[in-house]
Write a protein that binds this ligand. Structure first.
Ligand code: NAD
Length: 378
């Protein structure tokens, strides 16, 4: 007999943390048979259904999993809002070891929880999850993006993210130097993985001088051989005399140890959470270093999967990436208008949009939720 899936009332679990976070809804998912322990956090749906990936991670404690999902889902609200998308912010975490605990039953049980939210939350891939896992989720719910292309999915988002970063870069160059000519500048790119390598390709095509580093020497060699880059040692990337520092690997690399070493006058890259602290963002502004806020610059992946909702179209996706140029430019205008650092201006732009649309009093209703046109389920 099939056991019913139940939402555990959140009042018994970490409610103070959740209260303080300002989320609309947090759902704890538990299914003993499938070994599922997951949390879905819906931060804000003023602009539309909450879209955000599912992360699978072996958290040490439930509190750690909760903190992660609350933080990540809030970030998705800001990313969608600043990107002009009709989407809210949400995220899910599955508490488990992605190398050991995956099964069809686990993902199908999880899919049923997502389905029970009737489109208020739409999932996608994140750390520890791949397209095959999403195939199982898709068997239970249509509220999933990042599925295989045979089901109308959008495929690897990295080239789109890289193209979006290029748009953000051009907005930053225009603001800093008065022209958007990518090839006139030099770049220090940290990380030439999926997004970084595509981004370097775009820089190379435009004739730019590019320095690269990566913990994977084969990728560095590829960038040198095929894209004419100059390799630098891992730690030396901060000291490179380049116009732009482009973090495309890890978060937190602009910190109190690196800030004095970074010579670039522009920071623009794909990595999430590039600034170690807000104070670092304040200090960059004081020093006249233009920081292109990460979540606005790297929104290409989110934009790309969002198009799966009403029928994926590659051309539309590329057109959408170009809006990043205007979004990032608008953030710089707000920073100047209000005399604030760019990271704060990005938050302000997102909050202003949510407040303005919220005043229209058109709440997102479950039944008008995504149509998922052109999607074949299983
Ligand atoms: P990836 O894992 O393919 O690439 C990251 C690269 O960084 C790898 O080649 C890795 O070897 C390298 N790296 C790791 N630690 C390093 C270090 N200390 N110094 C130098 N290189 C190091 O990941 P990705 O998909 O290219 O994503 C890159 C960043 O962009 C991540 O922060 C990710 O969260 C963010 N991002 C990616 C997308 C996307 O569409 N893939 C969208 C938005 C944001």
């Amino acid at each position: 007999m099939r056991r019913p899936l139940r939402h555990i009332p959140i009042k018994h679990l970490q409610h103070e943390t959740i209260d303080a976070s300002g989320h609309e809804e947090v759902v704890f998912c538990h299914n003993k048979d499938a070994g599922l322990k997951a949390i879905i956090a819906i931060h804000n749906t003023v602009l539309g259904p909450a879209l955000g990936g599912t992360r699978m991670w072996n958290y040490a404690t439930e509190a750690e999993a909760l903190n992660d999902v609350l933080r990540l889902s809030r970030g998705m609200t800001y990313k969608a809002a600043v990107s002009g998308l009709n989407l809210g912010g949400g995220k899910a975490v599955i508490w488990g070891d992605p190398n050991r605990d995956k099964s069809e039953a686990l993902f199908r049980a999880f899919g049923r929880f997502i389905n029970s939210l009737n489109g208020r939350y739409i999932t996608a891939e994140d750390v520890g999850i791949d397209v095959n896992d999403m195939e199982y989720v898709l068997k239970e719910t249509e509220f999933v993006t990042g599925v295989h292309q045979v089901h109308g999915g959008s495929g690897d988002p990295s080239p789109f993210t890289a193209y979006g970063v290029l748009q953000g870069l051009m907005a930053a160059l225009t603001h800093k130097y008065g022209d958007e000519e990518v090839g006139k500048r030099s770049y220090a790119v940290q990380g030439v993985g999926h997004v970084g390598m595509e981004f370097v390709k775009l820089l190379h095509e435009r004739g730019a001088k590019v320095f690269v580093t990566d913990i994977n020497p084969a990728l560095v060699q590829k960038a040198v051989d095929e894209l004419g880059c100059e390799a630098v040692a891992l730690e030396d990337i901060y000291d490179v005399d380049a116009d732009v520092y482009s973090p495309c690997a890890l978060g937190g690399t602009v910190n109190d140890k690196t800030i004095d070493r970074i010579k670039a006058k522009v920071i623009c890259g794909a990595a999430n959470n590039q600034l170690a602290t807000n104070e670092i963002g304040d200090e960059l502004a004081r020093r006249g270093v233009l920081y292109a806020p990460d979540y606005a610059v790297n929104a290409g992946g989110l934009m790309n999967v969002s198009l799966e909702i009403d029928g994926y179209n590659r051309e539309r996706a590329m057109r959408m990436m170009r809006t990043i140029y205007y979004n990032v430019g608008r953030i710089f205008e707000i920073a100047e208008r209000d005399g604030i650092p760019t990271y704060k201006a990005a938050d302000r732009m997102a909050e202003e949009r949510i407040a303005a649309i919220g005043k229209l009093r058109l709440p997102h209703l479950g039944q008008s939720a995504p149509r998922f046109m052109g999607r074949r389920q299983s």
